[in-house]
Design a protein around this ligand. Structure first.
Ligand code: DGL
Length: 257
């Protein structure tokens, strides 16, 4: 197959990266996509670094063996743990990893207070520390590890009393004290409405999905790997749980507004 017509490989520890896939599809609807969710091994964010690295490398190898022309690491945790290693392994591959969208949140006027919701692994990592140090004169940046939150999305619960009570416990110490929230885990955009309802309209919410999609578009163009087709591409879902329910959940999240 002509190199340009090969699919873009996208993966996450589970179904969360579908929030990034949606942005990719908006930016490049003509492309074909293979989305791999590693729900069997989720969550990644509370696992040891070495284990996340191994899982991440194996996901990339799998997508490349299926013919991916480029890879989007649609998982902040996997990016934090392994993107540097992946760049070393595949220096000429268009490969983009999502990171918490701290920059646009911190550059809002008036020295804002920014709450970064992410997995424990993302917040403990060196990459996160470096990112924060770049913007700490611009804003007050508070990292909030949210173990347990991705599990709601993995089980298809993106609303409801149980989720609201969980978020309430997590966010109540910050209510009326923050100007913006960065959704630093790709599962969280699926519970954005519930978060918005709790913190109110005054708090702006940022996530890195669109920036990641635009960066992938730029990288593919640079490598002359954009498809030449003009119609709409296809999206193929795979999941390590390999059940029909998991694929149904993936499709439902992809369609969700
Ligand atoms: N979706 C992943 C992220 O963006 C994390 C979820 C997990 O803990 O596996 O960080």
């Amino acid at each position: 197959m002509n190199e340009k017509e090969r699919p873009i490989g996208v993966f996450d520890s589970g179904v969360g990266g579908i929030s990034v896939l949606k942005e990719l599809y908006k930016v490049m609807p003509q492309e074909d996509y293979i989305y791999f969710g590693d729900s069997r091994n989720a969550p990644y964010g509370t696992k040891p670094l070495e284990e996340i690295r191994k899982l991440t490398i194996s996901n990339v190898q799998q997508l490349l063996s299926q013919g991916a022309k480029g890879i989007v690491v649609a998982c902040n945790t996997a990016t934090a743990a392994a993107v540097r290693i992946l760049r070393g392994m595949y220096p000429s591959l268009p490969l983009v990893g999502i990171e918490p969208a701290i920059k646009p949140a911190a550059l809002q006027p008036g020295h804002p207070v920014v709450l970064v919701m992410a997995t424990p692994m993302t917040i403990q990592g060196d990459k996160y520390r470096k990112l924060v140090s770049r913007y700490e004169t611009e804003a007050e940046i508070i990292g909030l590890p949210c173990p347990g939150l991705m599990e709601y999305v993995e089980s298809g619960k993106t609303s409801g009393d149980e989720l609201l009570a969980f978020l309430e416990r997590l966010l109540s110490p910050y209510r009326n004290k923050i100007d913006s929230i960065v959704l630093g885990c790709t599962h969280y955009p699926f519970v954005r409405k519930a978060i918005e309802g709790l913190v109110g309209e005054r708090v702006r919410i940022f996530d890195g999905g669109n920036g990641t999609a635009r960066e992938m578009c730029r990288r593919l163009s640079e490598a002359d790997l954009r498809t030449t087709r003009t119609g709409i591409g296809t999206v193929f879902f795979e999941n390590s749980l390999a059940t029909e329910e998991e694929i149904e959940l993936s499709r439902a999240l992809f369609q969700k507004n």
